[in-house]
Design a protein around this ligand. Structure first.
Ligand code: NAD
Length: 499
């Protein structure tokens, strides 16, 4: 039976009225399992009005009480993490263990946001001048919006919502239309945890919903995660309309493998980082850069052995290393890139095309694919494939490996594998990428640091989660006060100084 989804507005499920719907698939079997309403402009405007009405009372709730709501939410989500992970997996196609990780990494940012009474503390200077004290405070923006991608349907909405709600904003989430059911359940759990109705809303939709958000003056900030062309469009449109924006885009993450690294360990790590979640991660390693021909030959041999042993299966198969891609368009895109790689002269070591899984013959599966001797002019190197394809680009020396990462248009994540501290330290200092792993293949920073890529992987000044997220979702106000009021006469024609 095909389920009919709704929006979640003002604490209630609201059916769509636009007459437009998107299909939500079960990628394991290639069949539609739900229909999601795609909101019209009028529907989105009604959501924003609802959020605007709810926001002042929430902002006036003291930070400790807001934190208690988030604490209760943590308990509620943890209590049903198994069923949430199964739901997430059935729409996205990542394994259930990986789906739990998706939820868990989101909850870690809620845990961070529980510290809001401390995080919101301002600055204070006593007697900055005679009888004059100065202090600063952080105040919420009002109504803010999150526009999120399909590949982390729990984590990224929570990365946005946690700090936005903790700081006293109302939040409008426009999740991916490909896997919207988990965000909807999270909205119900926020309400159950004590969040007032209207403070967290989910409006499902596509470009029409997004464009309404981008043009509505009541939305004060937009947090986006998705592909680079859309990230750039949203950044430019939101800022042109006077909003704050932080927009995170695509990636091509390199792993530089030095000759002194433990290659068995590196190969194990690259297999997980390259093929986990079918490569549908913005922090996936998609380019391995072994330094020196001997390192390259040995690494490719070890990778090849491991790729052949990978088990691709249904996302609810506990033995599967990874499951299907989210959609048939993803399968087509990956297969097109593999053909392009062959045509452009790369060496196809393992071809994952044409894989079928017993009992799930119509699922969106692509086998693990490995290319060697990839050149930097090739499209499979320059562009984000977002599938289970690992490319090996051989570098003559460390400087060439570093240059590859630095010259690439994307700068989300990068890793180096070495036992040499000097090399690692030099790499961390000179690489032009936002998140760096030293013997760590997927360096997603912990919640109380910040997450964000450089170059065309990120648009905007402030990163996600960590201290930047508190800054992003608040305005700073600085107060200069004089008590008693008449302590010192000032000459009103001269700029005040602290003399
Ligand atoms: P996407 O850009 O297609 O969609 C992201 C969001 O934008 C969705 O909510 C979608 O409905 C909306 N959208 C799509 N087209 C639009 C348009 N023309 N106008 C307005 N809104 C539009 O991305 P996706 O396929 O859902 O996610 C995969 C991409 O996200 C990859 O490129 C991946 O690297 C990137 N990603 C980046 C990060 C990061 O932190 N840098 C994290 C996860 C995913």
């Amino acid at each position: 039976m095909v389920r009919e989804l709704t929006h979640f507005i003002g604490g209630q499920h609201v059916p769509g009225t636009s007459g437009r719907f998107g299909d939500v698939y079960d990628p394991n079997i290639g069949q539609v399992q739900a229909r999601v309403p795609l909101a019209s402009r009028a529907e989105v405007e009604a959501v924003i009005a609802n959020a605007e009405a709810a926001q002042p009372a929430w902002a006036a709730t003291n930070p400790q009480r807001r934190a208690r709501v988030l604490m209760k939410f943590l308990t509620l989500v943890n209590d049903e993490i198994d069923s949430l992970a199964a739901l997430l997996s059935s729409e996205h196609g990542k394994t259930i263990a990986d789906a739990k990780g998706d939820i868990q990494r989101g909850l870690e940012v809620i845990e961070f946001a529980v510290g809001i009474p401390h995080l919101l503390k301002g600055e204070y200077t006593e007697s900055a001048g005679t009888g004059i004290d100065v202090y600063s405070m952080r105040q919420p923006l009002g109504v803010v919006a999150g526009i999120t991608p399909f590949n982390f349907p729990a984590m990224i909405p929570l990365w946005k919502a946690g700090p936005a709600l903790a700081t006293g904003n109302a939040f409008v989430l426009k999740p991916s239309e490909r896997d919207p059911s988990v965000p909807m359940r999270l909205a119900e759990l926020f309400l159950e945890a004590g969040l007032p109705a209207g403070v967290f809303n989910v409006v499902n939709g596509d470009k029409e919903a997004v464009d309404t958000i981008l043009h509505d003056p009541r939305i004060k900030a937009v947090g986006f995660v998705g592909s680079t062309p859309i990230a750039q469009y949203i950044y430019e449109t939101a800022t042109a309309n006077g909003k704050r924006a932080q927009c995170f885009g695509g990636a091509k993450n390199h792993a530089i493998v030095m000759p002194d690294a433990d290659l068995d360990d590196v190969a194990d790590q690259l297999i997980g980082a390259g093929y986990g979640s079918a490569g549908e991660r913005c922090m996936a390693i998609s380019v391995a850069v072994p330094v020196g021909e001997e390192t390259a030959d040995r690494l490719v041999e070890k990778l090849t052995e491991r790729v052949h042993k990978l088990n691709v299966g249904r996302s609810d198969d506990p033995g599967a290393d990874y499951g299907p891609l989210v959609g048939l368009d993803g399968v087509d895109r990956v297969q097109k890139y593999v053909q392009q790689g062959i045509d452009e002269g790369a060496e196809l070591v393992v071809d994952g095309r044409g894989l079928t899984v017993d009992g799930a013959e119509d699922g969106y599966f692509v086998g693990a694919t490995l290319f060697d001797r990839v050149g930097k002019e090739m499209s499979i190197y320059k562009e984000e494939i977002f599938g289970p394809v690992l490319t090996v680009v051989r570098a003559a020396d460390y400087e060439e490996g570093l240059r590859l990462a630095n010259d690439h248009e994307y700068g989300n994540g990068v890793a180096i594998f070495t036992r040499d501290g000097d090399t690692a330290r030099d790499f961390a200092a000179r690489v032009q990428v936002g998140m760096v792993g030293i013997n760590v293949p997927i360096p997603v920073p912990i919640a109380y640091y910040t997450f964000g890529g450089w170059k065309r992987s990120g648009f905007g000044d402030l990163n996600q989660h960590g201290p930047d997220s508190i800054r992003f979702y608040t305005k700073t106000k600085t107060v200069t006060q004089r008590w008693p009021a008449g302590l010192k006469e000032s000459n009103s024609f001269v700029i005040p100084t602290m003399e």
